[in-house]
Design a protein around this ligand. Structure first.
Ligand code: BGC
Ligand code: BGC
Length: 735
């Protein structure tokens, strides 16, 4: 392929760019003040009433006429090859800095488990060296306009590909904490971690509103309640982007005040749209929702994120199809209606749309590197990890043959440059010269993570108030999760699936076992992962057993539980049940800590436990759960509202959704919700949950306890209704 090179004087554009760097805008401090106003971020407001059409979203980041002028001037001076280069996103294992320069590449990414030089233990300076090399290469390209490159990274629970970074609870746990302020602080810390290693763009937050917990990405979503997802989306974007104040890292004097320079990193609202609503919870599957559900349930996170100023949206692998309803959009990557008419048109999104990993290859009639339909649908940046060269070649051909109009290419490049300008990339220092770059200490946020772990833990059972435990008891710790960073951190941790990690891969952090030892002293702790051969342990009322069990790591695809398999934990992980069987009924109370990326049917485990804590996937600081278990009875943390009111609301929502989706009006006689037991609020830091069972249609659930209520409904009716009332709720019948 030959690249036509036009030689021009860069001066006109350069003058305009420096203009945008000096003209002042007054919004910055205001935005910062707003963001620091904790009063405003703590609430989860009810959703606004449903609308008849997709709402127009007013973004925190407004249009700036000067930016628009500069972008237009730049685009008018670019060759087609330069433009298509900007639209191309390659993976770091598949592209060298020299190629970035040669092909005018606009962005790179590293996928899950992809590190510089393929070194899992790469240091911040190794990350920065590669970031600098790409940066320098992009600016050394021979185009008329010098366009900085962006690097995107899956920093999805902290900077989760990076050795030594504190990793926070996965989003499902944050959902249980019900605190947008906490989420904003975590996102801000994540942005700091990303700046340490030199990336500009985080592929987070995931805004899936998960409606079938068999989906292997359930834990990446905050909640199945769209009100939580919407509030968290705004908080997360604000925290990650942390727009505002000048950080003095730009060259030249008279610093930029007119673009909304980011002190953090660019956020990504993903995956647009409907990923959490696929039939049977299949990853990359078919979302059959009517449009109203797509908008009112699955769209809410985007309304929150775009309002808060998100500049990038990643398209989802799923399809939107329902023959009966006449919906035939197919893969969203090829849906001009959703990407252009809805997102860019009706919702007014003026940032960039990025495709997911080889996502265009799934569009009917396309391959991983040739897809007129995705181009014409309105995707701007193409995540074509390995076959990026062919993508460039084919896209140039598609424009040449008229299958893709030049106006579409110009729209894409306009959006890309607009985002780069707004982010302050033009004129920025090389990645290694920026605020926090290389500061290994800024990878570590232990206190914040410990707070998040404690606040996302949900107490499901506490018979006879066995918790909190006195510190002088003899403690037997059992279960495969007790001393395993791998189990407590889950997928998207150093590696893509979270597999292949050992405790040595986590220099900063604490397992539950280590936390218990810290709190009660080594001498009081006996440990056996399998609970075999623990007969010498002094079982009795003065001792206690802490069992740490749960799911083992998984991510996309691999984590799906297919239609015929069950959400019953005992069936999926019989060895966990065996551990509990070895320690129950021996005179010492059993306290179970349950790690999982999804709500599960845990009746058998509950019945073998005196106390039961659902801790989701808490990340590197799981040890702080020990501080909750042995609290000497005093309250820690702030006030915690009993979530029962919200649970009722969530169930009402579910009935509403069911009615709209299936035209069936389930009245109270058909579907009855009964609170099972009220747990006394004694441990300030736990969220107390009432156990709900859904009767009526689902009544035989009580007889057949092997299945989770949502799954049962799905199996029998071909659709699902109930699930948990919030992501904080596990279901079970108590003791
Ligand atoms: C995932 C995205 C992720 C991307 C890059 C895809 O497979 O769906 O969430 O951002 O890979 O790793
Ligand atoms: C990458 C992930 C990506 C996935 C998509 C993996 O090899 O590491 O980032 O999401 O492929 O299939």
């Amino acid at each position: 392929m030959t690249t036509p090179i036009r030689r021009r004087s860069p001066s006109g554009v350069a003058v305009l760019v420096s203009l945008v760097l000096v003209v002042g805008g007054a919004g910055d401090q205001r935005a910062q003040a707003r963001e620091d106003d904790d009063e405003r971020c703590g609430e989860i407001p009810s959703l606004p009433p449903p609308t008849a059409d997709w709402p127009r979203i007013r973004s925190e980041v407004g249009r700036d006429p000067l930016t628009e002028l500069i972008v237009a001037a730049m685009v008018s001076r670019m060759t087609l090859a330069e433009k298509v280069g900007q639209m191309t996103q390659a993976e770091i294992q598949s592209i060298s800095p020299a190629e970035v320069r040669q092909y005018h590449i606009g962005s790179v990414l590293n996928g899950g488990g992809s590190w510089p030089s393929n070194d899992k233990h790469a240091t911040p300076s190794a990350w920065l060296a590669l970031a600098d090399a790409y940066w320098d290469a992009a600016l050394a390209a021979d185009g008329a306009v010098k366009i900085p490159i962006m690097w995107g990274i899956d920093a999805v629970h902290g900077n989760s590909n990076v050795f030594g970074a504190t990793l926070f609870p996965h989003n499902i746990g944050l959902g249980a904490a019900r605190d947008p302020c906490l989420v904003r602080r975590i996102a801000r810390a994540t942005a700091e971690q990303v700046r340490v290693t030199g990336q500009d763009w985080a592929f987070a937050p995931t805004l899936a509103v998960v409606r079938d917990d068999r989906w292997g990405r359930t834990y990446e979503g905050f909640s199945e309640d769209p009100a939580i997802t919407r509030a968290y989306a705004a908080a997360y974007v604000a925290g990650l982007q942390n727009a505002g104040e000048d950080d003095g890292e730009h060259e030249g004097k008279g610093e930029d005040r007119s673009v909304r320079r980011l002190r953090g990193v660019l956020a990504t609202a993903k995956h647009f749209i409907g990923d959490g609503g696929t039939a049977e919870g299949r990853d990359q599957g078919v979302n059959p929702s009517p449009e109203a559900i797509l908008r009112e349930v699955h769209g809410q996170g985007y309304f929150g994120a775009l309002g808060a100023g998100a500049q990038t949206v990643m398209i989802s692998f799923n399809s939107w199809t329902n023959e009966q309803l006449g919906i035939r959009e197919g893969k969203i990557h090829g849906s001009r209606y959703l990407v252009t008419d809805v997102l860019k048109g009706k919702m007014g999104f003026d940032g960039l749309v990025v495709s997911d990993w080889n996502g265009i290859g799934q569009v009917a009639g396309c391959s991983n590197f040739r897809c007129a339909r995705a181009l014409n649908a309105g995707i701007d940046v193409f995540m074509v990890p390995a076959e990026w060269r062919q993508f460039i070649e084919n896209t140039i051909q598609l424009v040449g043959s008229g299958e893709v109009p030049m106006s579409r290419i110009d729209d894409a490049v306009t959006r890309i440059l607009r985002v780069k300008l707004r982010a302050g990339l033009f004129g920025a220092r090389r990645p290694s010269g920026r605020r926090l770059a290389g500061d290994a200490g800024a990878l570590v946020h232990r206190e914040l993570a410990r707070e998040a772990v404690q606040r996302s833990a949900v107490l499901l059972k506490n018979n006879a108030n066995v918790l909190p435990l006195a510190r002088n008891r003899k403690i037997l710790v059992v279960g495969k999760g007790a001393d395993s960073f791998s189990v407590q951190t889950g997928g998207w941790t150093l590696s893509w699936q979270g597999t292949g990690n050992s405790n040595a891969d986590f220099p900063n952090g604490e397992t539950v076992l280590a936390g218990i030892r810290r709190v009660v002293g080594d001498a009081n702790v006996t440990y056996s992962a399998t609970a075999e051969g623990v007969d010498s342990f002094p079982f009795g009322p003065d001792s206690a057993v802490i069992a740490v069990i749960g799911e083992t790591p998984y991510a996309e695809g691999v984590g799906d539980i297919g239609r015929t398999r069950t959400l019953e934990h005992a069936a999926r992980y019989p060895s966990d049940l065996a551990v509990l069987n070895r320690v129950k009924g021996r005179g010492a109370p059993v306290i179970t800590i349950f790690f999982s990326g999804r709500p599960a049917y845990v009746n058998k485990e509950l019945n073998r436990s005196d106390a039961f804590v659902a801790a989701f996937l808490p990340g590197t600081e799981a040890g702080s759960i020990a501080d909750l278990l042995f609290r000497d009875g005093e309250r820690v943390g702030g006030e915690h509202r009993h979530p029962v009111g919200d649970l009722r609301r969530a169930l009402r929502d579910r009935l509403w959704q069911f009615r709209r989706e299936h035209g069936v009006n389930l009245n109270r006689h058909q579907l009855r919700v009964r609170p099972q037991r009220r747990l006394k609020q004694r441990l300030g830091c736990f969220h107390f949950v009432q156990q709900f069972l859904v009767f009526g249609e689902l009544a035989d659930e009580r007889k057949n306890k092997s299945r989770f209520i949502g799954t049962r409904a799905a199996d029998r009716e071909g659709h699902s209704i109930a699930h948990t009332a919030t992501s904080a709720l596990m279901c079970g019948c108590g003791s």
